[in-house]
Design a protein around this ligand. Structure first.
Ligand code: GLA
Length: 399
């Protein structure tokens, strides 16, 4: 073989091996499909306790959510109150009287995984002690407690470099030898989609916080930007489709399904949009107390299968005509998931043309409705349906 051929062969080998090197050690192979679970923040804010988290873990099993694929039970902000003389993080002794380890053990005993929250800065967003300067010490503590997931926030970080801060926390987590999903929560301010995968983040928030409403961007208070309704978040997250894939996902924030601020139709749309965007599905409602309609949305296995498709491709908007939109996602078997979304105030007919999703016009394909759980027949060239206001029709199209 000539030197040039040998060099080409080595180069090809390096290219093939690159994905293996990009995420190494214990954190490789985490979150190969978007993480699914429950997080305390959207419904309960700082009102977290041992009793609440245990109740939610029980409900995740009893409600059938565990069977539907939900796995992580995550305590968000406010479980921590101080650091001790050695700098160890201290959990609120009133709210978590048995300690975090006992709680994590309980969650694990149900066959679920346990997640915790901290912040890359000096204080969390709710003003509790942050992780800055304690990264390795905290990683050891989280591993000793049995944490499987860390959501790492971005408040009070002053002049810190975002990429370096998250790389540091990933290195700390890897050093303790327990596989821990790293959820980067810096709201998209430093474009984490450009570096999140490289630093071993498994998901990264792409926007400011979601609020339980259909649309719009609102300042928290004058001059303090911003929270977003479900479709406003979807608009921001949609354009980032090329950055998502197995092990590293765009995170348009946790679900509001069931929290009371939207109609059931709107919640179905919110859930469908998250599924077609291969977003993490972190429920944020009270699982102990769900109306049947909310339960049916969160446990719709056909829609969840779209989110969890092993190809890991983030779907995208392929057509738009005013308030009528068509979204499509390629699936591993070559078929497509399609979302017909009506953002308007009156019912409208919306159609997907095969060509909009990369299929030739003459192709015949079987269409199945994922909310009605019904085969609709074989269609050629296009498929259309009446879509209610703020609603969706979600189907698979299989040639
Ligand atoms: C930030 C995050 C939220 C939540 C709160 C907790 O606002 O974006 O998801 O974790 O902090 O204080």
């Amino acid at each position: 073989m000539s030197t040039r051929r040998i060099a080409t062969a080595i180069f090809a080998l390096l290219i093939l091996a690159a994905p293996v090197f990009s995420q190494t050690g214990v954190s490789a192979n985490l979150a190969l499909t978007p993480p699914m679970g429950w997080n305390s923040w959207n419904k309960f804010g700082c009102n977290v306790s041992d009793e609440l988290i245990r109740g939610m873990a029980d409900a995740m099993v009893k409600s059938g959510m565990k069977d539907a694929g939900y796995q992580y039970v995550v305590i968000d902000d406010c479980w921590q109150v101080s650091r001790d003389a050695q700098g160890n993080i201290v959990a609120d002794p009133q709210r978590f009287p048995s300690g975090i380890k006992a709680l994590a053990d309980y969650v694990h005993s149900l066959g679920l995984k346990f997640g915790i929250y901290s912040d890359a800065g000096s204080k969390t967003c709710a003003g509790r002690p942050g992780g800055l300067g304690h990264e390795y010490q905290d990683a050891l503590q989280y591993a000793a407690w049995g944490a499987d997931y860390l959501k790492y926030d971005w408040c009070n970080t002053t002049t810190q470099d975002a990429k370096a801060s998250y790389a540091n926390m990933r290195a700390a987590l890897d050093a303790v030898g327990r596989p821990i999903v790293l959820s980067i929560c810096e709201w998209g301010s430093h474009q984490p989609w450009l570096w999140g995968k490289e630093v071993g983040g498994n998901l990264w928030r792409t926007t400011g916080d979601i609020q339980d409403r259909w649309e719009g961007k609102k300042e928290w208070s004058p001059g303090i930007c911003c929270n977003y309704g479900a479709v406003a978040i979807a608009d921001l997250n949609a354009e980032l489709y090329s950055y998502a894939g197995p092990g590293h996902w765009n995170d348009p924030d946790m679900l509001e399904v069931g929290n009371g601020g939207m109609t059931d139709n709107e919640y179905r749309s919110h859930f469908s949009l998250w599924a077609i965007m291969a977003a993490p599905l972190m429920a944020g409602n009270d699982l102990r107390n769900m109306r049947p309609e909310i339960h049916d949305i969160l446990t719709n296995k056909e829609v969840i299968a779209i989110d969890q498709d092993p190809l890991g491709s983030q779907g995208r908007r392929v057509a738009k005509d005013g308030d009528q939109e068509v979204w499509a996602k390629q699936l591993k078997d070559g078929s497509r998931a399609v979302l017909l979304l009506n953002r308007g105030v009156a019912e409208k007919n919306i159609a997907v043309n095969w060509q909009d999703m990369g299929y030739p016009e003459h192709l015949s394909a079987a269409v199945r409705d994922l909310w009605q759980h019904k085969d609709l027949g074989t269609f050629t060239g296009k498929f259309g349906a009446a879509v209610p206001s703020h609603g969706v029709v979600m189907v698979t199209v299989k040639p």
